[in-house]
Design a protein around this ligand. Sequence first.
Ligand code: C2O
Ligand code: CU
Length: 491
Amino acid sequence: MTEESNSVVSRRSLLQAGAGLLLATALPPFPARAASPDGYRIVAAPARARLVGPDRPETDVWTYNGTVPGSLVRLRQGKPARLLVENHLAQETTVHWHGIRLPNAMDGVPGLTQPPIRPGESFVYEFTPPDAGTFWYHPHANSLEQLGRGLAGTMIVEEREPAAVDRDLPWLLSDWRLTGEGGIASRFGNRMEAAMSGRVGNTVTLNGRASEAEVVRAGERVRLRLLNASLARIMALRFEGHRPVVVAVDGQPCDAHVPEGGRILLGPAMRVDVMLDMQGEPGRRYDVIDDFYDGLSYRLTQLVYDNRPPIRGHALDAPLGLPRNPLPEPDLASVERHTLTLQGGMMSGMMTGGGGIQGGGMMRGMMDMGGGGMMGMGHGAVWSINGQSMTGDGHAGMEPALVFERGRSVVLELRNETAWWHPMHIHGHSLRVLSRNGKPVPHRQWQDTVLMAPKDVVEVAFVADNPGEWMLHCHVMDHQMTGMMTVLRVA
Ligand code: C2O
Ligand code: CU
């Protein structure tokens, strides 16, 4: 699986220095900046993209506005937004504005919050984002294939007062499974894979292209908005020679801190904003490494310092932290508590403590379909939450697993009883992460996607203040499609 990937990644040509700073690759058939005074127009349509380099074939992809990633959408905190989505694909789609606390009808879950957008049709999404930060958008219909073919874009909600940085750079990271001919491997929904790590690919792109170099200038402070838009690949980024400071997770500002071991863990769908002071030497190169999977680390890109002298003598003298968003604080004295237990998938035999995948164990694995995991597992289900498996993308008539009275403070205990990692995502709310395996989680972190290691027990809290039916699911797309999904109702 990932072995071939590394050879692809390391065989990249060296011709792209600097090009990675551009957002778009192919020439878009629609205006690259899809904004107009009355909002954004976002067209989902097939296109071609040069993902791997000029000496490799183009790839047929599905895009928002002709590029991968799709148009960068910039909204303003507290300002109404209007996004017209046109479907030029040959199949139904919807758009989910991941992480935004918005009205239920704008959440983009087909069957649950809106009818799917049929080919040739359009849908207008309107909402006012309450929180500033780094968010993203992607389909919520045939999600495994639509996201896997490239439908994803960054959505930035700007703070009222811009942060003091020299540059603000979104890095949308995607993982692709490419064939030798440069096409996207078509077999989506492999059941064996779905019962394990999900569809991990063989080529990682940064803003739509395999990156050899990201050009920086000595002395500058960059706000890097890291976003893992992969179907299944988990990332752990290290910036050689640098000291990234985490200032927000999943769009929500936290206490500024240096990540444990200098490694930034990014499960699928997660975002981490870091402040990076470019304290390296002019003319030098520094590796950015992803070493999540044991023995399969690779170089994501390099920070390449141009030869200009530093723009300032030492790091910018401005606070690193970001202003907090107006999230309702759960009242821990009066919470109601619930447990959500994740089960299913292959049994252990492949995982190591450090999160590695080791070969050879695949055939020794057994399906954990007995015991508590069996009930409610319908056709194609491999995973379950509290013994129930909702498969696919969401459809009408799903019974909510939990119903909350509006305004209640809730603590959810998420128990991962599987042998696999799961980035668990909630719609319409953000979760205060209280503890992991009994230990308090520092830095006052809020997340909409909580990455759970095998056997992890995580406690999260939130105020169920947003009425409607909200999905809670694993963001490893094959896991979601095969049952690791449920619905919560706020009434
Ligand atoms: Cu980004 Cu329901 O997902
Ligand atoms: Cu999962």
